[in-house]
Design a protein around this ligand. Structure first.
Ligand code: ZN
Ligand code: ZN
Length: 695
């Protein structure tokens, strides 16, 4: 028979082969391609096809049964069309790495560990070290053995010892989010009403708009229990999954779900493609998080594809956040989605006290005001933890010569080099280029070099000077380079082995630190000067998320240091997030920006700046002459926000239309036109549909 195969190459469409064995749509095959062989997925089968001698033959059929079922293939076809990305690469994105590499789709059942009541009692007592870290890690969720062992560097025998003590028990498969028995409160009136309003069948999208601590997770759990009661499955997407990370573990989980053994699949972005034959509902936690959007290659948004998947399957989808995206409010305010609000914090939490500190002319020591230092001292004395946010790693963002005004800049980017004193190097945070830290000015040879500004390493140094007794932990991508190290550091924080944590923005996400009393944004102004029109929305979300980290179980404090305390973004600290969202939404309406308009960005890069710009100008003019996008708004081309990065000059051309439908209608013509002309340009142009970041 003749089969169409999607191959992992950046080429549009699929490729036809002859196959002498029976093979199902959705199965993997090894096929000759170019000079070698590749593993592809069968997307169509024509049993009675004629062999005209031009077709190559499938080398091997790798799966007896389809790996990707029909609804999933339908979703992948949609994604390839919507994002204008080659089907073969889209299909690859849906497969775990080991399956992409041709590993057999068989498995040993994974083993999950959960904490027992005796384990919780032990944890509440005087337990230290690795035992406390492992029990804390299991406090809220059961976890895969492979992930647990990797994160805590412990062996199977060591875990079995804890089992013998009665602290842990092993389970054959994932039972979803197990709330600790003691922390299963009765739902308050708002929660009860929200749960009652959630549908159990048919496509409906619901935005669960709930302040931190209002008990969104409790609603997820009850809804999951309801949907899975008769054997159904639920897909829960989270922006980052903490411990379930190792490839082998993911492969096992993926296969367990496909076989229908697991009822709840928890996963990050790519889990939107997990095959779930009995899918009854989808939940997107922290739906506003930009991590759901892939930034390169196949630039899909998992939230948007999850919505499509729910629609295709005719099942309900629930999107939760304390700071919903304007895109989601857009759907709610136009009446397309249901809106459920949780405004009350659960009884055990009180809202944190907010200190908005004017740093204009204020005395500060190493980035911290004297007031903040005093508050940290009190927190330390009370046995609480402090979290300092500074979204700038390294020691200092600028090295400057006072004598001649020379600045250390990157040769390959339009960017300054960051000083890293520990390694005595200058580093570019955009392309990774490094050079030794000079002791004299390379331009005038004077010794008047000065390091300006504050990075996490410099902040760490000044915190250590102020608090010599405190146990200090810096978490950024310089101090922790692998996710395993990062997870071990989080376990240390959760076990109370750290007094002051300082780190970059990625620490603000959903992590639960029970002893955290004080959270401070050391320099909020950095985000105020963002050139991206989403900058203010992101800062507002960060401020609310940071607030949510402090004092979840006691009265917490939030400190925000800024030179512009009167900036309207800070009203988000004292009023509902929805008010800020309204204000930003109206601003966007006036400026005719998303979500009021649909957007596609064409991104060109080339070693020659003019060439990148000309390619896009030629694309705009050529497409218009070909009658494409007569009702579109063409913005640009213009140099990117950082025009030169890693030796490449970058330019973008934005296309806007009244709706996604209006863009989608003619987008295939535009990319087909680009593909036809692309060879002549010799400039690579990437297409980013619904871009989240202006490059
Ligand atoms: Zn100089
Ligand atoms: Zn650079």
């Amino acid at each position: 028979m003749r089969v169409s195969v999607a191959v992992p190459r950046p080429l549009a469409g699929s490729f036809d082969y002859l196959c002498h064995e029976p093979v199902a749509v959705g199965a993997r095959v090894r096929v000759p391609f170019g000079r070698g062989q590749v593993i592809g997925v069968v997307v169509a089968v024509a049993p009675d096809a004629l062999d005209d001698g031009s077709l190559k033959t499938v080398a091997r059929v790798l799966d007896d049964a389809p790996l990707l079922d029909a609804p999933l293939l339908q979703l992948l076809h949609f994604a390839a069309r919507y994002y204008q990305h080659p089907l073969g690469e889209v299909v690859q994105a849906a497969l775990p790495k080991l399956l992409r590499e041709g590993r057999a789709a068989t498995r040993d059942l994974p083993r999950y560990w959960r904490i027992t009541a005796a384990g919780r009692a032990a944890l509440a007592g005087r337990l230290g070290g690795k035992q406390a870290a492992v029990l804390s890690a299991l406090h809220e969720n059961e976890q895969l053995e492979a992930a647990l062992r990797a994160a805590h560097h412990c062996g199977a025998g060591w875990l079995r010892d804890l089992e013998k003590r009665g602290w842990l028990e092993a389970r054959a498969h994932w039972h979803g989010l197990d709330a600790p028995a003691a922390a299963a409160p009765t739902l308050n009136a708002e929660q009860t009403a929200a749960l009652a309003a959630l549908p159990d069948r048919g496509f409906t999208a619901t935005l669960l708009d709930g302040v931190t601590g209002s008990g969104k997770t409790e609603i997820y759990i009850r809804w999951i229990e309801h949907l899975t009661a008769d054997g159904g499955q639920v897909l829960l997407l989270v922006p980052e999954i903490g411990l379930v990370r190792t490839l082998a573990a993911r492969l096992e989980q993926w296969l367990a779900v496909r076989a229908g053994d697991a009822q709840v699949l928890v996963g990050t972005r790519s889990a939107v493609f997990a095959p779930c034959p009995a899918l009854r509902g989808i939940i997107i936690d922290e739906e506003h998080d930009a991590a759901y959007k892939q930034q390169d290659g196949f630039r899909y948004h998992a939230r948007d594809l999850a919505l499509k998947r729910a629609q295709q399957a005719g099942i309900p989808i629930l999107l939760g956040s304390a700071t919903p995206s304007l895109e989601s409010y857009h759907q709610v305010w136009r009446g397309h989605w249901q809106h459920l609000r949780l405004t009350a914090r659960a009884a055990t939490t009180t809202p944190p006290a907010i200190h908005l500190e004017n740093m204009d002319g204020a005395a500060a020591s190493g980035g911290m005001s004297h007031e903040l230092i005093r508050a940290m001292r009190r927190t330390l004395a009370d046995g609480g933890q402090t979290l300092l946010f500074l979204n700038r790693r390294g020691y200092a963002p600028l090295l400057r010569c006072d004598a001649c005004d020379w600045h250390a800049a990157c040769d390959a980017c339009d960017a300054m080099l960051t000083v890293h004193t520990a390694s005595h190097r200058l580093q570019c945070h955009h392309c990774g280029r490094e050079q030794p830290l000079p002791t004299r000015c390379p331009a005038c040879h004077s010794d008047s070099l000065h390091m300006l500004g504050l990075g996490t390493q410099r902040l760490e140094q000044s915190v250590a000077r102020q608090f010599p007794q405190a146990r200090l932990l810096r978490i950024d991508s310089d101090s922790y380079t692998t996710s395993r190290q990062f997870e071990a550091a989080l376990a240390q924080v959760q076990a109370g082995e750290v007094d002051i944590i300082l780190g970059t923005q990625w620490l603000s996400k959903g992590h639960h630190f029970p002893r955290l009393h004080l959270a401070a944004v050391v320099d909020a102004d950095q985000a105020l000067y963002s050139l991206d029109y989403r900058g203010e929305e992101r800062l507002a979300q960060l401020l609310v998320q940071v607030g949510g980290r402090a004092g979840r179980e006691s009265q917490g404090q939030i400190w925000i240091q800024t030179r512009q305390p009167q900036h309207p973004v800070f009203t988000v600290l004292n009023s509902p997030y929805e008010d800020t969202a309204r204000r930003l939404y109206e601003q966007r309406a006036r400026a005719q920006l998303p979500p009021h308009r649909a957007q596609v960005a064409l991104l060109a890069r080339h070693t020659d700046a003019e060439r990148a710009l000309q390619t896009l100008a030629f694309t705009r003019d050529g497409a218009q002459q070909a009658g494409i996008g007569q009702n579109w708004q063409w913005l640009g081309p213009a140099p990117a926000l950082m025009p030169r990065k890693d030796g490449q000059h970058r330019a973008h051309l934005l296309v806007q239309a009244d709706s996604r439908a209006a863009l989608q209608k003619e987008l295939p013509q535009l990319t087909a036109w680009l593909q036809a002309q692309g060879k002549a340009f010799r400039v690579r142009v990437a297409v980013d549909v619904d871009p989240l970041w202006l490059e």
